[in-house]
Design a protein around this ligand. Structure first.
Ligand code: RFL
Ligand code: PHB
Length: 395
């Protein structure tokens, strides 16, 4: 088998990349280890930056997003029992769209298959070969006992998430990995209830962080800071609601609207960057190259901006034989990645309770919250990062 671009992973990075390449007349094949049903059902992110929502429209995959998604023009930051609004639209002219990642995945898979694009699900024994040559190859099986097949390509896009094999195909001597782990996790729930709030609430309290988000008029998403090694079995539904009520309480007696909990799980908090994001003819995109804690809502959006840069660079290479943009791929992406890492780190530090914080550090945190939510410049810096920074192509 031969194609121009072999893409590992049908997450947001891989799927957006294949659609962007197709629009530029470049062919690709996606290999995915999980089934179509599994990738279309995994609950993950929910906030699309303005640029991500605009890209859905440009690619013509926006119909369900316009119907089921919801535009948000502001967010609330709550601390000391009081809410302060960050008016995103007023400050930046841009907004965000609340639309679940697995719905984005459904839209992208359907569009790619409808174009006649090849997406091979449930592959096994995936490995990369010759990434430092001009004939890179991906080896895989379609079935457990099936024959080992070879996909030859000009370029391999490693869009296989944090645990995929692509990153490890870059020799250790070439890559630097930057890691930061946080002493906490997020317990996320889906509940069947009407929205508790018109806008997202990011809440700092003495009992830990809480977040009120939404999925639809009937289904809500909420999160609670928990210990890094906490077990979901320690969290009965009653305990979750009790904790959400206590953390989110305001002077006016605000409380979340409760309903049956449909799903609950704990997510790790980590920052990670692999530099460079490329080696030979292998280019990493999305979580394969970088992870952010979810506090800034940047993970999915970073995967999308990597895909935009990579699609343009590969198209130039395939059409004109010039690899100048491909050579600068990692540098262009990392410029934006590090800014998103900074913002996610800043939001995480500002909003969570840290076990090692002294009373002094707790007061500094509250002063920072007071400052950034009351100064027009503070609100502006949160708003412009939250709605998404532009890609800067000049390096
Ligand atoms: P993905 O979405 O992980 O997709 C990678 C795909 O690659 C497949 N794969 C392979 N395919 C072929 N061969 C192999 N050997 C392979 N190994 C793996 C995987 O099955 C998968 O389908 O990466 P991508 O495209 O880079 O997209 C990144 C985003 O998905 C990610 O940044 C966000 O979802 C992060 N994230 C969240 N971000 C937020 O902004 N808000 C959230 O609330 C939020 N919640 C989450 C999250 C990530 C999570 N996990 C498990 C990583 C919750 C979870 C649980
Ligand atoms: C979500 O709705 O899942 C969500 C929203 C905002 C975040 C993270 C996750 O910062």
């Amino acid at each position: 088998m031969r194609t121009q671009v072999g893409i590992l992973g049908a997450g947001p990075a891989g799927l957006f990349l294949s659609l962007l390449l197709a629009r530029r007349g470049v062919e690709s094949v996606i290999l995915e280890v999980r089934s179509r049903q599994a990738i279309e059902q995994t609950i993950r992110a929910g906030v699309l930056e303005q640029g991500t929502a605009d890209l859905m429209r440009e690619l013509g995959v926006h119909q369900r997003m316009e119907k089921l998604g919801e535009e948000h023009e502001g967010i609330e930051i709550r601390f000391r029992g009081r809410g302060r609004r960050i008016p995103l639209k007023e400050l930046t002219g841009k907004s965000v769209t609340l639309y679940a990642q697995h719905e984005v995945i459904k839209d992208l898979v359907a569009a790619r298959l409808q174009q006649g694009g090849e997406v091979i699900f449930s592959v096994q024994d995936v490995s990369l070969e010759g990434v430092d040559s001009d004939r890179p190859r991906i080896l895989f099986r379609r079935e457990p006992e099936g024959p080992l097949e070879v996909l030859e390509c000009d370029v391999i896009a490693g869009c296989d998430g944090f645990h995929g094999p692509s990153r490890r195909a870059i020799p250790e001597s070439v890559r630097t990995e930057y890691v930061k782990t946080y002493p906490m996790g997020w317990l996320g729930i889906l509940t069947q209830a009407p929205p508790s709030s018109r806008e997202l609430i990011y809440c700092n309290s003495d009992r830990g962080f809480a977040l009120v988000s939404t999925r639809s008029p009937e289904i809500q998403r909420m999160y609670l800071q928990v210990d890094a090694d906490d077990d979901i079995r320690n969290w009965s539904d009653d305990r979750i609601w009790e904790e959400l009520r206590l953390r989110l309480a305001t002077e006016e007696g605000w409380a979340p609207i409760e309903g049956p909990i449909l799903q609950k799980s704990i997510v790790q908090m980590r920052s990670f960057v692999c530099s460079p994001m490329q080696y030979g003819r292998l280019y990493l995109a999305g979580d394969a190259a970088h992870i952010v804690p979810p506090t800034g809502a940047k993970g999915l959006n970073l995967a999308v901006s990597d895909a935009c840069v990579l699609a343009e660079a590969i198209a130039r290479f395939e059409r004109h034989g010039t690899d100048d943009l491909l050579q600068r791929y990692s540098a262009i992406c990392l410029r934006r990645v590090w800014k998103a890492e900074r913002f996610s780190y800043f939001m995480t530090q500002m909003l969570h309770c840290f076990p090692n914080h002294s009373p002094f550090e707790r007061e500094i945190q509250l002063a920072e919250l007071d400052y950034v939510t009351s100064s027009v410049h503070g609100r502006g810096t949160i708003a412009e990062n939250y709605v998404g920074l532009p890609i800067e192509w000049d390096i």
